[in-house]
Design a protein around this ligand. Structure first.
Ligand code: AMP
Ligand code: MG
Length: 501
């Protein structure tokens, strides 16, 4: 596709860009730039993240900085591009998706020496926009900012958010909504969908795989390209391992991604694209919040199985690199995919053991399964229960009493305390260790809703307060009690999230 030919405004408020992706994988990119921004206003900027990228926050806050963050100017030393990808959406193949409303400004090297992408979301139409307008609106961009930063603070691998700029452009959604641009930082924007596109278009697949290996699995780069144990077979193993670990982390914090299409599954192992995502309050494997997920394909408890399906689509793209003999390639890929369940279970069970204060000791499957069954039966609050169990060890039974009836919880608690005693764990230090892995504050759906509603009315105060709380998820603060309470069942039974808005 031809690049845009009108001259771009440039800014040097952010410098130091590299563009290895655009340089090495040019066929997957179109040089592009953002739409004009009528009235830019910086709504939020992530000072800590900026510092970790070696960026000058004052420069980001300047008119020239806001021009880059809002998409009105491209970095003087960068090479802004929209990238091509495909994807399986709800199981059906879409041959050309791509950055329909995003712009990859380039790569920065953070203070630890890691290469990261800086991408704008909502910066205007591109050759990949199809029927869409290329824009985004304030609410969902603040939502991605808040939830991605909360996930980071929870220790879940994720893209991060650098800023949200309101553009002053009216965007037609349900009525006219205020436009916004999110600046997002990611280990990369390589997706399973990028490989699906490359496998079916031209001869960029092997360069793409080598690029992804060099960037995310450098320890494999020296392996031979062909033969047993070649770098592509190991690459598949690496992605399976990282994604299995990631989905286990989602399950441990009660996160429902909502739209686990293959274009939203990264090669780096980071969570990406916070569209219709949500957190469960009550433990319920069938929980679905997305308005468009009518079959419950992406329900909370389905996420590991869906991820395995997505990884099978990824494996298909690598077959011809894994071996020129199709039967061999399929046998190797199938064997690798079949490790997914065990890898996932191990991450999940280790995480659950840690949540129960049993880290470094053993995984007691029955103990864990029985607790989950109890929680599901009584719709106990996922986040609250693990903090209440720590309080139980401190001799404070009240929090658990609110969540589970005593006649149901007592026998389980007795077994759990026996397991702790058997492993020589004393109550006080176990409770403290549990509080370090069990968050007190998550971005509960009703809290996010309230904060975004206030932001929509021009008051960013509740958003800033919620952001502060959920980015310190383990620290109890006496004046923040309301942030620990689940929504009413009534709220959650009708709560819906929306995609692509
Ligand atoms: P997402 O649901 O954000 O993962 O997006 C799926 C696909 O739809 C991607 O190719 C996006 O670029 C595209 N898309 C989503 N919203 C818009 C929009 N407002 N305008 C153009 N493309 C969009
Ligand atoms: Mg996406």
């Amino acid at each position: 596709m031809a690049a845009t030919d009108s001259p771009a405004r440039t800014s040097d408020a952010i410098t130091g860009f590299e563009s290895t992706f655009a340089d090495e994988l040019t066929p997957l990119t179109v040089e592009w730039r953002g739409a004009d921004v009528p009235h830019p206003r910086l709504l939020v900027v992530n000072e800590k993240l900026a510092a970790s990228l070696g960026l000058d926050v004052e420069a980001l806050r300047s008119d020239d900085g806001i021009a880059i963050l809002g998409g009105a100017a491209v970095p003087a030393d960068g090479r802004a591009v929209a990238t091509a990808y495909s994807g399986h959406q709800f199981g059906g193949y879409a041959p050309l998706l791509g950055d329909g409303r995003a712009l990859l400004l380039g790569e920065l090297i953070d203070v630890e020496g890691h290469r990261v992408d800086l991408q704008l979301k909502g910066s205007g139409p591109t050759p990949f926009s199809r029927g869409g307008d290329g824009f985004a609106v304030v609410g969902p961009m603040l939502r991605e900012y808040l939830v991605s930063e909360a996930m980071y603070a929870l220790g879940v691998p994720t893209t991060r958010s650098l800023s949200v700029v309101a553009t002053g452009r009216g965007i037609h959604r349900n009525g006219v909504e205020p436009g916004a641009v999110l600046a997002r930082v990611a280990a990369s924007h390589l997706r399973v969908g990028t490989f699906e596109f490359a496998a079916r278009n031209g001869d960029v697949l092997q360069p793409l795989a080598d690029y992804a290996i060099a960037r995310h699995y450098p320890e494999l780069a020296e392996l031979p390209p062909t033969g047993g144990g070649n770098r592509y077979a190991k690459f598949l193993e690496g992605v399976v391992e990282r994604q299995a670990a990631l989905v286990a982390r989602w399950m441990l914090v009660g996160f429902v991604h909502g739209v686990m299409n293959t274009d939203n599954t990264t090669i780096s192992g980071e969570t990406i694209d916070y569209g219709p995502c949500a957190f469960i309050d009550a433990f319920d494997p069938a929980a679905v919040f997305s308005s468009i997920d009518q079959g419950g394909r992406y329900a909370f408890g389905n996420q590991p199985a869906v991820l395995k399906w997505n990884l099978a689509r990824f494996a298909e793209t690598l077959l011809r690199l894994i071996s020129p003999a199709p039967d061999d390639a399929i046998a190797i890929a199938t064997a690798t995919l079949s490790t997914f369940d065990a890898v996932y279970e191990q991450h999940l069970n280790e995480g659950l053991s840690a949540k129960l204060g049993l880290a470094d000791t053993f995984v007691d499957h029955e103990l864990i399964d029985d607790l989950l069954a109890l929680m599901a039966e009584h719709r106990a609050d996922w986040t609250g229960t693990f903090r209440a169990l720590a309080d139980e060890l401190r001799g404070r039974p009240a929090p658990l009493d609110i969540l589970l009836p005593r006649d149901a919880s007592d026998p389980w608690v007795a077994r759990w305390r026996e397991a702790l005693a058997r492993h020589g764990r004393d109550d006080a230090s176990t409770a403290d260790a549990m509080d370090l892995v069990n968050p007190l504050y998550i971005p509960r759906n009703h809290l996010v809703d309230d904060a975004l509603r206030a932001a929509h009315e021009g008051d960013l105060g509740p958003f800033e307060e919620l952001l502060d709380v959920v980015t310190h998820p383990f620290e109890r603060r006496v004046d923040r009690v309301k942030y620990t309470a689940p929504a009413s069942e009534e709220f959650n039974s009708s709560f819906q999230t929306f995609c692509g808005t």
